[in-house]
Structures are given as structure tokens and as C-alpha cells.
Design a binder for this molecule. Structure first.
Ligand SMILES: N[C@@H](CCC(=O)N[C@@H](CS)C(=O)NCC(=O)O)C(=O)O
Length: 316
């Protein structure tokens, strides 16, 4: 039985997620890789999420990590914080850290969009209307399952090309994509294989021509999810209310826009789900921004975001 690392409750690593979420699977695997004991808070696949929104200030993508009254949005930001708190084993065993971080811009954007279209186009009329309406609100655009179904041939071609890159990377006979041990690149690249595998009966057919990918997929799956215990959304909110944010103030003297601690800003994703979270800057760097907000329900919360893929604007 995996023991993991036991934390006092206000330092517990809480992941707000749902089991079918591919982005959450990345984080669950990092818990496995780093042998972390974590608390799972299962949120609904669609809005409303009344116990979570007071913690995030409106950010509504999945997953979100909470440690007391500090809330981490987006897998980039969550991974960076996990690497900082649990440096061993590292996500970069063979170096190559810069490109490993950048690999998310491939796996989370073009590869993911291609996978989403393939999955929802194939599921077609099995996609619940409530899910379609929810995702239309999130995207501010039609979630057009019929159009996705029409593009299945193109999506198959593209999915094949993306998976082909993984097969090529493994062609030298290595067990992992970037060296002798699993790294962040393996976790990122695996997400869209896992998503197809867990959603589509034709996954075997799609992956049949990629024997190295299939063997690697088994190795990644075997990493596991660390030591998981369950908690309710209400209990997680109560922990946020009782805790004090632990983030220290930090300016970034090279901030290209002269932003500084105390500035009131809006932070939002630049692709979809562009809901702004407003707060005063607590900490700034080239890779992260943390803002403090006071919420009537949750109290004082510091919300953390990555910089790549996010827009920061002065609040009016
Ligand atoms: N860039 C984000 C993307 C997260 C994302 O798009 N997650 C999907 C679920 S896997 C989502 O948020 N769907 C809408 C929702 O859950 O409300 C990240 O890395 O965390």
C-alpha cells in the first residue's frame, strides 16, 4: 500500500477535478510520479459549482489545486507548484526543462483540440444536451457536434500525425520520451492518448499502427495516481475559509509592463473560458502571477495563474 506524504489538513494538496477530465489525469499522474498523498474533490462536469467558484473567483476550468487559501489554476501552474514543493523525483530527470514546459503548448492546444473534435464528433448524439449548452457558454461559441462529426476523417489524419511524433520519439528504443526516466513530456503527451482510450471504442484501431506508443502508454499508466482520499466540495471550501494565504509578496523588476505588487488586475485565459478573475497582485514572475481577492463566502484567497496562455489587464 502506497503511503505517500501525509500533510496536515490546511496544507493538504486538494485537487478539484472530475474523473473523466484529461487535464486532471496529467496532475493525477504527477501525484503518482512524485508519490504524493492528495485529497480528491470531485466536482461536477458542468456548472454550477457553487463551492468552488468562491475559491477561484470565477475561473471555471478543470482542474484546480487548492492548498489552504492558495488556489492554483491551470495545469501549467499546478505542475510548477508541485515541482517546487516536491522536487524529488523531478519532472525533468534528464534536463531539457525549457522544452518540457513548452510541450504543453502542443499537447494542450492543437493536439487537444484535434482530440476533442475527434471524440465529440464520434460520440455525436450521445453527447448530453446539458453538456453541449455548458460548453457553449464556456467557449462563447457553438459546440457544434454535427460539424465535428463531419470533420472526423480530417481529425483522424491529424490525430495520426500527432501520435506519429510520439512513435518516432520512441523509435530509438527508449522507454520514455526524453531520457531514461519519465518526465513532464511523457505526462503531457500521454493526455490525449488517455482521453481517446477512455472515450472511444475505436481507440485500438486508431493506435494499432503504433506499437511503441502502446507499450509506452502501459508504462505511463503504471505510474499510478499516488495516494488518493476523497473530500466533499463543502469541506474544501471550509478549509479555504479557515486558512490564510501563504504566498509571500514578490515583485518582478523586469516586468515588461511595470506591474507591481498591489496593482488591481484582471486575469483570464487567452483561448476559451475567458472569465476574468480580479484581484491585487501579490507575486509576479515571468512564469506566474498570484492575485489576492476577498470573497464574501471564502474570505481572503490568493489565486495563482501561469503567464503563457493568460491575459493580464489593469482592472478598470
Ligand atoms: N489550460 C487548461 C485547460 C483545462 C481544460 O480545458 N479543462 C477542461 C476539462 S478537462 C475544462 O475546463 N472544461 C470545462 C470545465 O470543466 O468547466 C489547463 O491546463 O488546466
Amino acid at each position: 500500500m502506497l503511503e505517500g506524504r501525509i500533510m496536515p489538513i490546511d496544507h493538504a494538496i486538494i485537487l478539484h477535478h472530475f474523473d473523466e477530465s484529461p487535464f486532471s489525469e496529467k496532475i493525477r499522474l504527477i501525484f503518482g510520479l512524485k508519490q504524493i498523498a492528495w485529497t480528491s474533490v470531485r466536482i461536477s462536469r458542468i456548472m454550477p459549482r457553487p463551492d468552488l467558484m468562491p475559491l477561484t473567483g470565477g475561473y471555471r476550468r478543470t482542474p484546480v489545486m487548492q492548498i489552504g487559501a492558495d488556489v492554483y489554476c491551470d495545469t501549467q501552474c499546478i505542475m510548477r507548484e508541485l515541482e517546487r514543493r516536491f522536487p524529488a523525483p523531478t519532472l525533468f530527470p534528464d534536463g531539457g526543462e525549457g522544452l518540457a514546459w513548452a510541450s504543453a503548448m502542443w499537447t494542450d492546444r492543437s493536439f487537444f483540440q484535434n482530440t476533442v473534435n475527434l471524440i465529440f464528433g464520434s460520440l455525436a448524439d450521445k453527447v448530453p444536451q446539458s453538456f453541449i449548452e455548458d460548453r457553449e457558454k464556456l467557449r462563447g461559441a457553438k459546440f457544434d457536434v454535427a460539424a465535428m462529426t463531419a470533420t472526423i476523417p480530417q481529425m483522424r489524419d491529424q490525430y495520426r500525425a500527432h501520435v506519429g511524433w510520439i512513435e518516432t520519439q520512441l523509435a530509438g528504443g527508449g522507454q520514455w520520451l526524453c531520457g531514461a526516466a519519465p518526465s513532464l513530456v511523457d505526462i503531457n503527451a500521454y493526455m490525449n492518448i488517455w482521453y481517446v482510450r477512455s472515450s472511444l471504442p475505436v481507440a485500438d484501431q486508431l493506435l494499432a499502427e503504433f506499437p511503441k506508443v502502446r507499450a509506452w502508454e502501459e508504462r505511463v499508466r503504471a505510474i499510478g495516481h499516488g495516494a488518493r482520499t476523497e473530500m466533499s466540495t463543502a469541506e474544501a471550501l471550509r478549509i479555504g475559509q479557515a486558512a490564510t494565504p501563504q504566498t509571500s509578496e514578490a515583485n518582478d523588476p523586469r516586468d515588461p509592463n511595470g506591474r507591481k505588487v498591489g496593482d488591481l488586475v484582471d486575469v483570464r485565459p487567452d483561448d476559451y473560458g475567458r472569465i476574468a478573475v480580479r484581484g491585487r497582485i501579490v507575486a509576479l514572475s515571468g512564469q506566474g502571477i498570484a492575485i489576492r481577492r476577498h470573497d464574501d463566502v471564502a474570505g481572503d484567497i490568493v489565486v495563482h495563474f501561469p503567464r503563457a496562455g493568460f491575459l493580464v489587464t489593469p482592472a478598470p
